[in-house]
Design a protein around this ligand. Structure first.
Ligand SMILES: [Zn+2]
Ligand SMILES: [Zn+2]
Length: 373
């Protein structure tokens, strides 16, 4: 069946390369299967569309023949394999961030999605190990309450994942067995590979996958893990959720994803925070808001009221002549700033409660007051 690649990317037939890249980047971010709500089928489709339209030659052919041209072997070896694309994406995702954690994949750069063509997306680091297998990234969700988000919290998570084999330490070789020079790379740890890409053939030096770059192999494989150096294991991990984190934000724990076979680089662990809904506090950035009712004499005369803050109950002075909707600021009683010192504020939003009915005595007093005013 013929596909309309323009429609898939949501661009006009006369879209510029810039527009195509932009549309692709946005859609790929949205539908990537590693993300919540991602859709692998859709992502593949977008990827396919871009591999064709992103290349001037192929785009011309597509405009002429449509996507059916592909079935006749016309597109050739576009880009890398699907796994390459996925891995490159994962590595790229892992590459963003600073100082131990990054948030929400927000600034993720696709740099090297197509391996070797980082410039296509404006910079980006080169792939870490050629085709070597990096461990998969893992995403887990953790539920925390409002105050835990405000002050930070430590959570213990139990995770089942591919982990390094304890017996061989991840090398895959039987402990104590002889080491032999790798026959594939002859001890170099690297091999030269010719990659067919949609921009032509390209030579790249990649890590030898037979020895995973070590240049040598053990003569006997580890019996415990079968030579892969990894095993599925359940382990617990302590996670520090930083103060100030908000609902939906993620932290990245570098190297805490799945272990890679043969001692390769481990993936990353993404922990997404979900803040349990509650009724007392309302968050706005790093400020906290509460609604607090007073009666009309308190409003007119002023008073001291008890306000619940994230630090506990606090006595707050309501000045005389306070109007409904007025905000009283409690400086530095808000949420801790994420990744820096200091706190936001707490705002007490005053609501004046007007009684529906009053006693005869109160009515009499109010009648007097009325004539007074
Ligand atoms: Zn082992
Ligand atoms: Zn080798």
């Amino acid at each position: 069946m013929s596909k309309d690649y323009y429609k898939i990317l949501g661009v006009e037939k006369n879209a510029t390369q810039d527009e195509l890249k932009k549309a692709f980047k946005k859609l790929a971010m949205q539908h990537h299967p590693d993300r919540p709500g991602g859709d692998e089928k859709k992502f593949k489709e977008i990827n396919e569309a871009f591999q064709v339209l992103g290349d001037a030659e192929k785009r011309k052919k597509f405009d002429q023949f449509g996507s059916d041209f592909e079935q006749q072997g016309g597109w050739g070896g576009a880009g890398g394999s699907w796994e390459d694309v996925m891995n490159a994406f994962r590595q790229q995702q892992g590459g963003a961030g600073q100082g131990g954690f990054s948030f929400n994949f927000g600034g993720a750069d696709f740099g090297d999605l197509f391996g070797g063509f980082g410039d296509l997306f404006g910079g980006g680091s080169s792939r870490r190990n050629g085709h070597s297998s990096r461990g998969r990234d893992i995403q887990v969700d953790v539920e925390i309450d409002f105050k835990e988000a405000a002050f930070g919290v430590e959570k213990e998570l139990s995770l089942r994942k591919q982990s390094k084999c304890d017996v061989c330490g991840g090398s895959g070789g039987e402990p104590g067995s002889k080491k032999e020079t790798c026959g594939i790379c002859h001890g170099q740890g690297q091999v030269t590979q010719v990659q067919r890409t949609f921009l032509g053939a390209m030579q790249t030096v990649v890590t030898c996958s037979a020895c995973n770059g070590r240049g040598e192999k053990s003569s006997k494989i580890c019996k415990h893990c079968g030579g892969d150096g990894i095993l599925a294991k359940t382990s617990s991990i302590n996670i520090k959720i930083p103060a100030g984190i908000d609902d939906g934000q993620s932290i990245r724990l570098s190297g805490h994803g799945e272990a890679a076979p043969h001692g390769g680089q481990s993936g990353d662990l993404y922990v997404q925070a979900h803040v349990r809904p509650q009724k007392v506090f309302h968050r706005e950035g790093f400020d906290v808001y509460t609604d607090n009712e007073i009666n009309f004499t308190q409003a007119v005369l002023g008073d001291k009221i008890e306000v619940e803050t994230i630090d506990g109950q606090i006595r707050v002075a309501v000045p005389e002549g306070t109007e409904s909707g007025q905000l009283i600021r409690l400086k530095g009683r808000g949420i801790f700033y994420l990744g820096r010192s200091g706190r936001g504020d707490h705002y007490v939003k005053i609501k004046i409660r007007i009684p529906r009915r009053v006693s005869r005595k109160v009515r009499k007093t109010l009648e007097e007051l009325k004539s007074e005013l």
